[in-house]
Design a protein around this ligand. Structure first.
Ligand code: FAD
Length: 320
């Protein structure tokens, strides 16, 4: 049986949290079914990033063609790796890149693919994945035939016990030259400096914040608690905050220690991105809002009254 092949995303010379989670799972499944784990990463930081994890084979793809995401160059290289190794399973993160590349590999090699997976493991001698369907409203359990491509929603489990070094390192220094040429990368106009997935405290606002001007109330509160402001999709669609701050299905998946859900109803597409926060405090005028079903603590009140009062207390040092 071929190895479990993880296609690992990197951020400079580090693996992303999602990639680390894939390696942890690949090691677990590999041990259960008696096969090895290979990890493949692209870009100038690939070698350094893979050098920190205990896998059987680390494949670093470097060279100008893969310095940034080039779908064609990435896919051609990944296809070579898959054809050569006949992996038992190909794991990618369920990110824009992972879904694009995963679907490309599956289509080119006619392999089955499971996207939006939140669990994958062995059961009764079979490989089984649990996948979110209908925007996370339902979970489907599906059997994963050998050789399948599975994209996993980041944050679905913890990345534990992966530290170490690869038993074998391979460098592919010349990825095939693609016909597709990257013209440049457009950075978000503003807010791109904040990576909301890295903050321990998120002050997240929804449509209940009512108006763009009230975002300042959330910013002041976030500053007082040492957090960062994030939001729901309608807030982004209204142009009140940049897309980089959006939490949920079509935004970021976050797992902070503390998540304030302020004027957020708790739609499945939003919950998908934040339900695993360690502590959730929800504030909503509607006591029947679904957000209260996942909240650790809930307050039924007007967020526009509560926020300035809380900020004032915090700024006063909590002395009154
Ligand atoms: P609403 O649902 O309108 O809720 C506003 C809440 O504020 C209400 O519960 C109301 O009671 C409360 N409220 C009103 N005034 C106050 C006040 N003064 N004080 C306190 N509470 C108040 N959504 C996301 O968030 N992220 C995503 O990534 C995402 N992706 C999507 C992908 C797809 C394919 C689709 C179809 C939808 C997606 N959505 C996403 C949209 C999602 O379905 C919901 O529409 C959205 O999450 C609702 O945002 P909201 O809670 O801010 O607004």
């Amino acid at each position: 049986m071929g190895p479990i092949l993880v296609i690992a995303e990197t951020d400079r010379a580090e693996l992303t949290d999602g990639a680390r989670e894939l390696i942890a799972k690949a090691r677990e499944i590999g041990a259960a079914i008696g096969t090895q784990v290979a990890a493949l990463a692209f870009g100038p930081g690939a070698r350094a990033a893979l050098g920190q994890v205990a896998v059987d084979e680390a494949i670093a793809v470097t060279g100008v063609a893969v310095e940034e995401y080039n779908p064609e160059a990435y896919e051609m290289t990944a296809l070579d790796a898959v054809r050569e190794r006949h992996p038992a399973l190909v794991l990618l993160t369920n990110t824009t890149l992972g879904m694009d590349l995963g679907a490309g590999i599956a289509a080119a090699l006619d392999l089955p693919m499971v996207a939006y997976a939140v669990a994958v493991g062995t059961g009764g001698g079979r490989l089984v994945a649990t996948s979110q369907v209908y925007g996370g409203k339902l979970l489907a359990e599906v059997e994963v035939p050998e050789g399948s491509v599975v994209t996993i929603v980041p944050g679905s489990w913890a990345a534990q016990g992966i530290e170490g070094s690869p038993r074998k390192e391979v460098e592919i220094a010349s990825a095939p030259a693609p016909r597709m040429v990257l013209q440049g990368i457009l950075q978000p106009e503003s807010g791109g400096d904040v990576d909301i997935s890295r903050s321990d405290i998120l002050v997240s606002v929804g449509r209940g914040i009512q108006d763009k001007d009230n975002i300042d109330l959330a910013e002041e509160f976030a500053q007082a608690v040492g957090g960062v402001v994030s939001c729901t999709r309608p807030v982004v669609d209204a142009g009140w905050l940049p897309r980089s701050r959006q939490v949920g299905k079509s935004g970021r998946t976050v797992k902070p220690k503390l998540y304030f859900a302020l004027g957020i109803s708790g739609a499945p597409e939003h919950l998908q991105g934040m339900k695993d926060a360690e502590l959730i405090i929800a504030v909503n005028t509607d006591a029947s809002a679904p957000i209260f079903e996942v909240a650790t603590y809930g307050v039924t009140t007007d967020v526009l009254d509560l926020l300035p009062a809380l900020t004032e207390r915090l700024q006063a040092g909590g002395s009154n």
